[in-house]
Design a protein around this ligand. Structure first.
Ligand SMILES: Nc1ncnc2c1ncn2[C@@H]1O[C@H](COP(=O)(O)OP(=O)(O)OP(=O)(O)O)[C@@H](O)[C@H]1O
Ligand SMILES: [Mg+2]
Length: 401
């Protein structure tokens, strides 16, 4: 039997109740199937992984955070946030944990990194047996709209802690020395109370000290930041977020124990995002995969925006909310978007039949002709004809220049 050793590892983790280990082994099996060219089996496994992730995303649970991780007084809605003494601007806003929202959609490695942190915070004693402390500082980086801010909110929610969100515009002052003082006041406030401190758009504060555009003030600001980040370790969890990780001063970068990169979603994660954002419309799986395939390389926020547009277009078209209706609406929405480089999307916007030729000939997608027929509204014999003609090839050559 092929891949027997991996199957054995899956069974071992499953019987031992090790969910995370089992998922890792299933992922290994998936990689091996893909390498061996067993696309049909790979697609089946990918779907199983995806539906198990979906179940966890809609049923998040709160994590019991150990009180040794976060110390301080309780924040209440009456607590006044600190302000800039010159302008009176607030240095932060405070969000209190409410109902648990659905979990952001992640690729497996990001999901594991976030879950790993939650595990550390709920069980620091296990770590202390081997004389290590739980992570208290996390730097999240990645492109715009990938769910970084959403992740910080999600972490605070899962921990059941208020989130103190630094207001970068409030912190930065044109008066010499005031920015540094504001930073110190913000950290004093966060250290006094039980909370998660969030420094969003962190690069605005933590720019490299050797930036030739900047002079003395930025050095002073970064040094204050470094000192305060060091002191904060005793008090609670800090999350910083940036889109521009290359701009960060290396010394600041080192202050964060864990770095998590949230990039554009892969096909599996995009599929789950499309499913989520199209609700209450529930297209068949093949159609969801086709939509995700067209949106490859786009961020979660883009996928949300495009799905909303698709729903609007569909609602006004008077067509059925599945198959042909959704397929037409997708083509119309893609045609209206500003020009994009992703070939499948370009093709569907311009020439739906050539697009069908592409997907019927793409073995990575591994969609049955009957499913493509249901998803697009084209009859099966027409699909076979389009597949044979391979019209997409000529267009692909033109597109590659
Ligand atoms: N991974 C994801 N899972 C679920 N929803 C997502 C995801 N990524 C983006 N979104 C959607 O896009 C919205 C914007 O995401 P968010 O503000 O967290 O992105 P960001 O990475 O912080 O972007 P920016 O760098 O522009 O601040 C979210 O509120 C959510 O609706
Ligand atoms: Mg953000």
């Amino acid at each position: 039997m092929d891949h027997f050793s991996v199957v054995q590892s899956i069974i071992r983790s499953g019987l031992g109740g090790d969910q995370a280990g089992m998922e890792k082994q299933v992922q290994r099996l998936l990689t091996r199937l893909e390498k061996a060219g067993q696309q049909k089996e790979a697609v089946t496994i990918r779907r199983l992984l995806s539906s198990s992730a979906e179940i966890r995303e809609i049923t998040p649970s709160r994590v019991e955070v150990s009180r040794s991780i976060v110390t301080g007084e309780e924040l209440t809605p009456d607590t006044n946030p600190p302000i800039d003494r010159e302008t009176g601007a607030q240095l932060c806003t405070i969000e209190f944990p409410g109902e648990l929202a659905t979990v952001p959609v992640y690729e497996q490695n990001v999901r594991e990194a976030i879950q790993g942190l939650l595990d550390e915070w709920s069980n620091p004693e296990a770590l202390r047996c081997v004389e290590v402390e739980p992570t208290r500082s996390l730097l999240i980086f990645g492109p715009p709209g990938s769910g970084k801010t959403m992740t910080a909110r999600h972490i605070a929610q899962r921990l059941g802690l208020p989130l103190v969100i630094a207001r970068i515009d409030g912190l930065i002052s044109s008066f010499l020395g005031t920015t540094a003082r504001n930073i110190a006041n913000l950290f004093d406030f966060a250290n006094r109370y039980t909370c998660v401190l969030l420094l969003d758009e962190f690069d605005a504060l933590a720019k490299q000290r050797d930036d030739p555009q900047e002079i003395g003030e930025i050095k002073r600001v970064v040094n204050t930041l470094l000192q305060n980040l060091d002191l904060r370790r005793e008090h609670g969890v800090t999350i910083a977020i940036t889109n521009h990780d290359r701009l960060l001063d290396p010394a600041v970068w080192r202050r964060f124990e864990t770095h998590v990169h949230i990039g554009e979603p892969n096909l599996e994660a995009s599929t789950r995002l499309v499913k989520r954002f199209l609700l209450p419309i529930k297209p068949d799986d093949a159609l969801v995969i086709i939509i995700a395939y067209c949106l490859e390389g786009r961020s979660g926020a883009d996928i949300q925006r495009i799905c909303t547009s698709l729903k609007r277009t569909l609602a006004l078209s008077g067509q059925a909310h599945n198959g042909q209706g959704v397929f037409h609406a997708l083509s119309a929405v893609l045609a209206r978007l500003p020009s994009h480089d992703h070939f499948p999307a370009k093709l569907l916007a311009a020439d739906p039949e050539a697009f069908i030729s592409l997907i019927t000939n793409d073995s990575n997608l591994s969609l049955k002709q009957s499913d493509i027929s249901a998803a697009t509204g084209y009859g099966q014999s027409k699909i076979s004809e389009i597949k044979k003609a391979k019209r997409h090839l000529a267009l692909m050559e033109v597109s590659n220049g």
